[in-house]
Design a protein around this ligand. Structure first.
Ligand code: ACO
Length: 419
């Protein structure tokens, strides 16, 4: 028998991720902004959730420690108005630790409903007022810069006069010209916006683009004497498959608030997935106050609310995120569990420890399995793993083209017992 190597716990996982990392630049007061109930619902394949489902999501967001939820465009319809008002009341009635934001065009008719809701529910709704800022949007809409500036300034004034915090949202920021953005940002700051929301509306940005845009915006804010007073939001889309990466880099590069949605649902192919933003920050040791054991329920609730299935191979919340049938993997996990070392068992074949997120490692039996899987499966059900039984189940598994169901294994157990 060989001796067990004497590893200190620090030596067990050598972390190449930390070498040359830019540093822990993410500020402590970063906030997470949940767009599930606004941008998430703009996806054409989602069913509009009923109000009970929306309320459940609101509660889950606050349990997780998400800071603010964008809960819709109350100016877009009576139903939208009623739902937003109901959600705001839920938050105030239950004193949920969740801020509220709403989106609207830079027109008074989109902003006054937010003011009314804010007054009726007794909650300061953050006004996210948006306008297309890129040349391509200007061309489509026949808007010149003066028009955009005038509309934006008037809209910000309406919200600021009502005492509401304003985030000025330059749609399509990542394809907008710097001279134009500089004019718009300065105007927004002058009119009292407390946030500039940088939008990768069409999923155009790469991490380099994120860095360039954020450093440009920070310079404008500082040059305008508003350092520390005006904050930066990052809102990204996943058209290039980079939404998650861009969101994480946005935080490293100095965004104060990052937007995401449950399962990344949203316009077209969606937004950055909130659960994956939080998962990654947690694993980088950068989250202190969020409780990610609610993530599975949050994602399941969102999926059910919009009528989607979570892909089985989805990180963290997919059915197979912590499930293996593979003999070599299962044997190692089982050995670690046999040593009574839950920490080890949860990391030996998982880059994401299941226990940290309220999940468990699962071992099943299939054509890629070995005796370890079968032994484990039987012991878990307090069935004596005799040599004959293990061999019979393994034979069945090897001849099968799928993972054996509990019923199939139990049928073999009955058959062997009857011999
Ligand atoms: C940031 C984003 O994701 S943008 C997407 C926002 N979400 C949504 O659009 C979903 C909800 N939207 C709706 O219910 C409807 O589009 C409404 C109620 C907002 C508007 O409906 P309608 O008045 O029928 O306009 P429609 O949807 O056809 O077109 C949008 C109009 O908004 C205008 N618009 C867009 N942004 C702005 C702006 N910032 N300021 C002024 N007008 C704007 C467009 O120019 C267009 O005007 P037009 O009809 O005069 O050409």
């Amino acid at each position: 028998m060989s001796a067990t190597p004497d590893f200190r716990s620090d030596d067990l996982i050598y972390d190449w991720n930390e070498i040359g990392r830019k540093g822990r630049l993410i500020p402590r007061d970063v906030t997470f902004f949940d767009e599930t109930l606004r941008d998430g619902l703009q996806n054409p394949s989602v069913a509009d959730p009923n109000i009970e489902q929306k309320l459940k999501l609101i509660h889950l967001m606050s349990k997780i420690g998400i800071h603010v939820a964008d809960i819709g465009l109350p100016g877009s319809s009576k139903r939208a108005f009623d739902d937003v008002l109901r959600m705001c009341r839920e938050i105030t009635d239950n004193r949920l630790p969740l801020g509220v934001a709403c989106a609207g065009r830079t027109v008074a008719s989109d902003i006054t409903p937010m003011i009314e809701i804010s007054q009726r529910a007794g909650i300061p709704v953050e006004v996210y007022c948006f306008i297309g800022s890129s040349p391509i949007r200007q061309l489509a809409e026949d808007w010149d810069l003066d028009t955009i500036v005038k509309r934006s300034a008037e809209a910000i004034d309406v919200a600021v006069k009502a005492g509401l915090p304003v985030a000025y949202v330059t749609e399509d920021t990542t394809r907008s010209r710097p001279d134009m953005l500089a004019t718009l940002f300065k105007m927004a700051i002058d009119h009292g916006a407390s946030r500039l929301c940088l939008c990768d509306t069409v999923g155009h940005a790469t991490p380099d683009g994120v860095r360039n845009l954020i450093s440009f915006t920070k310079a404008i804010i500082a040059g305008h004497g508003s350092d520390g007073k005006v904050r930066i939001d990052w809102h990204g889309h996943n058209d290039r498959g980079l939404a998650l990466e861009n969101a994480l880099w946005a935080l490293e590069f100095g965004a104060d608030r990052v937007h995401g949605t449950a399962l990344g649902i949203g316009e077209r192919v969606g937004n950055a997935a909130m659960e994956l933003i939080l998962l990654n920050l947690k694993l980088l040791g950068l989250l202190e106050h969020q409780d990610l054991t609610h993530m599975l329920e949050y994602c399941n609730t969102a999926a059910e609310a919009v009528g989607w299935q979570i892909p089985i191979n989805y990180p963290l919340v997919g059915r197979d995120a912590f499930r293996t049938a593979t003999g070599v993997h299962a044997a190692a996990i089982i050995k670690a569990q046999g040593k009574g070392d839950a920490w080890l068992a949860d990391r030996i074949y998982s880059g994401v420890p299941a226990g940290m997120f309220g999940r468990k490692q699962e071992i099943c039996v299939g054509y890629m399995s070995g005796a370890s899987n079968v032994n484990f499966w039987l012991r878990q059900r307090r069935i004596e793993p005799s040599k004959e039984l293990v061999e019979a189940i393994l034979k069945k598994a090897k001849g099968s083209s799928h993972i054996l169901s509990d019923e199939e294994i139990l049928a073999v157990v009955d058959e062997v017992n009857a011999r």
